[in-house]
Design a protein around this ligand. Structure first.
Ligand code: GUN
Length: 296
């Protein structure tokens, strides 16, 4: 049976470190990390995510501000808000929750965030740093950054000689994940919906990262025996008793019989995402105070 990778526990370890370093930063420099979270519209899932981010920031000892704008807000108003947050010395991290309403150009909004406050790691400057291997100074998107910590817990920091397959090519998860694995010396394949014989490609993976958003798509016989499996998917499915439950992109019951280690859903990658947002915000505040960024 595969080792179950306890993302909840690892995330708690990260948060404990963030809390400790936050109190030390405040005591030594007077700087309190500040996170601004911006949401436009009433999407219920986004509202849940945003309030848990704001709550966790408070718990870490951050200044936490949330800006909730109406769905019909003009793009200009949002850009003006970001400009004022860019100029606010008490704010070190800015997160604009996606998706944005269709009349707003999300790309333009993201590129307006000051790169040194871009704790989501979506600005071209941070994307470019990650792609060119400047992982020491880049802000890395939170879900792949958290997935990487889970992989390191199983495999160590140097992944030389290992084959990694990332299923999914989104800008938020698949592409940055592939670049992190490459920076750690993996041989990386990015697979997606147009890949031929996806099961055969997955079977080459010593490290398999699933980020496709299709419930339980990856079956046990797609997995190389002993592989490390990181399941980024969070899908709600109906069960036979008219209830719902969360499942990943991997068929866990099958996969745990073959894999060496695997993340569960829930309780795997999910808790790491929010923990890394806190870590990135602390890093932004430390850099703003002229200190080195902490490592996680
Ligand atoms: N919507 C879904 N995931 C994310 C994320 O990681 N960051 C932001 N800003 N919005 C999201």
């Amino acid at each position: 049976m595969a080792e179950r990778i306890d993302g909840k526990q690892v995330a708690e370890d990260v948060i404990a470190k963030v809390k400790l370093l936050t109190s030390q930063l405040l005591a030594s420099t007077g700087v309190q990390p500040g996170l601004a979270v911006v949401i436009v519209g009433e999407d219920p899932a986004s509202q849940v995510y945003v309030s848990s981010k704001s709550r966790k920031a408070k718990e870490c000892g951050f200044k936490s501000v949330q800006h909730t704008l109406a769905a019909e807000t003009e793009e200009k108003e949002l850009l003006d808000l970001i400009a004022s947050l860019n100029a606010d010395s008490e704010i070190h991290g800015i997160l604009v929750q996606l998706p944005l309403p269709a009349h707003i150009d999300a790309g333009r909004v993201i590129q307006t965030i000051a790169p040194e406050k871009d704790v989501d790691g979506f600005h071209f400057i941070n994307v470019g740093k990650l792609v060119t291997g400047e992982t020491e100074t880049a802000f890395v998107p939170c879900t792949p950054a958290g997935s990487m910590i889970l992989i390191e817990r199983v495999r160590g920091k140097d992944l030389s000689g290992l084959n990694a397959v990332v299923v999914g090519r989104s800008n938020i998860v698949g592409k940055p994940m592939a670049n992190l694995l490459l920076a750690a010396n993996c041989t990386v394949t990015v697979a997606h919906s147009r890949t031929n014989d996806l099961p055969a490609v997955c079977r080459t993976a010593d490290i398999l990262v699933a980020a496709v958003g299709r419930p339980q798509m990856i079956k046990g016989d797609w997995i190389k025996p002993g592989a490390t499996v990181i399941d980024v998917g969070i899908n709600r499915i109906s069960t036979s008793d008219n209830k719902t439950r969360l499942v990943g992109d991997v068929d866990y019951a099958e996969a745990e019989k073959v894999a060496g280690a695997i993340t569960p859903v829930p309780g795997g990658v999910g808790p790491m995402t929010i923990a890394m947002l806190m870590a990135n915000t602390l890093s932004a505040a430390s850099l703003a105070a002229g200190l080195e960024r902490p490592s996680f």
